[in-house]
Design a protein around this ligand. Structure first.
Ligand code: SF4
Length: 390
């Protein structure tokens, strides 16, 4: 069987990555033209293959993508798990006529809720990649034995090219706190967290509903991904390019070579486009928005050196998600929730799940304590005067 390293060599991955990174350094005008060409090519190729296309819409990047395709006369539907987004994002989705996806259904036919997923599978915390690794350790099987060994040691075995220091190894900090399930197998002395961790939330709330919709509509997605944002997908974007027609995945990411500045520049242009064409998206004047930049981002402004920035959030995500929380400064997302709704905050921090063994209720507070993220005191370090919670 071909190893990962052999495959990388066969497809010329290093050269592909280098070529792609040259394109990422080009000026905005080049990238805008390049994105338009790739988007049209994708539509034409899908046409040949009898496939429909859609846009998977979430925050600002994909809102801009949806509008930019529309401006290129690529008229494809937008779909979104809108209910997970901030209300200001939901307003923009409505103005653009984006179709709302509901969560996947449970066995009893009722839709999954975030609290039910956390209760059943565990908390989405740290990052999707790390949560998935911890989840594997929590559920050992003969089948995932090699991967578990790689998570603890970095040794990939024969299929992974017998590498000894692969990126599969979980960061030492998280091994110490979460990898105790492997103590006996690996002769290590790590801890087991007093809660479960899982990456299933994304699957049941976002991925499955959108995948099901795509299957039913024989449709493949345009995605607002950028390699410059890093993360798990950066490498595959740089190797596979904007348009990818693989065996199990077909997708277009026309903004793959964009940087944040390019998206913000295009967002300003697309805002003007929307104001001139709003009736083509939703004819209801009540649904019209003053700006396609959702209020959670504030507005797009220019610094003295000419760079653009959003005055409020730089990025958004679902509320009550722990992905990335360990890297956030205070006031962090849980602090902001406390300001917005004390009641909701108490529910999520202290009793969103019940320990099946003891019947004890607990919540994100236990998770944040475990990974060393402060939340009990106020963001300025003071305690509230009449605190009756603990
Ligand atoms: S981003 Fe977080 S909260 Fe949102 S669906 Fe994924 S895991 Fe759940």
């Amino acid at each position: 069987m071909e190893t990962v390293l052999e495959r990388m060599e066969r497809i010329g991955a290093d050269k592909k990555i280098a070529d792609f990174m040259v394109k990422e350094q080009q000026p905005y005008s080049f990238k805008r033209r390049y994105a338009a060409i790739r988007a049209r090519e994708f539509e034409a190729e899908c046409d040949k293959r009898d496939l429909n296309c859609h846009v998977s819409v979430g925050g600002l990047d994909s809102i801009v993508l949806f509008l930019s395709l529309h401006s290129l006369h690529i008229r494809v539907p937008g779909i979104s798990a809108s209910h997970l987004e901030d209300s200001s994002i939901q307003r923009v989705h409505k103005a653009l006529g984006i179709e709302r996806m509901h969560s996947a259904a449970r066995e009893d036919g009722k839709p999954w809720t975030k609290a039910a997923i956390i209760q059943e599978f565990g908390f989405p915390v740290l990052s999707k990649e790390v949560a998935a690794k911890i989840e594997l350790l929590e559920h050992p099987s003969e089948k995932n034995k090699t991967v578990r060994h790689a998570i603890i040691t970095g040794e990939t075995g024969e299929y992974g090219g017998n590498r000894e220091k692969s990126r599969m190894k979980m960061a030492q900090k998280w091994l110490e706190l979460f990898a105790g399930y492997e103590n006996e197998n690996e002769g290590v002395d790590y801890k087991i967290a007093p809660f479960q961790v899982s990456s299933k939330c994304c699957y049941y709330l976002k991925e499955k509903p959108c995948d099901d919709w795509a299957r039913e509509h024989n449709s493949v997605p345009y995605l607002g991904l950028m390699a410059s944002e890093g993360g798990r997908r950066a490498k595959s974007l740089r190797i596979n390019g904007c348009n990818y027609f693989g065996k199990s995945t077909i997708r277009s990411a026309p903004f793959a070579i964009f940087h944040r500045q390019d998206i913000l520049t295009l967002a300003l242009e697309m805002d003007e486009y929307y104001q001139a064409h709003w009736r083509e998206f939703n004819q209801d004047p009540e649904a019209k928005v003053e700006s396609i930049v959702p209020a959670i981002y504030g507005s797009i402004e220019r610094r003295e050196d000419g760079t653009l920035y959003t005055t409020k959030a730089q990025r958004t995500g679902c509320s009550m998600c722990g992905f990335g929380i360990h890297m956030e400064r205070r006031p962090h997302r849980f602090d902001l929730l406390r300001e917005r709704s004390r009641k909701e905050w108490e529910f999520w921090m202290l009793r969103c799940v019940t320990d099946p063994a003891t019947g004890e209720q607990y919540g994100w507070g236990r998770v944040l304590d475990w990974i060393g993220v402060p939340w009990r005191d106020l963001p300025d370090g003071n305690f509230e005067e009449q605190c009756c919670l603990w």
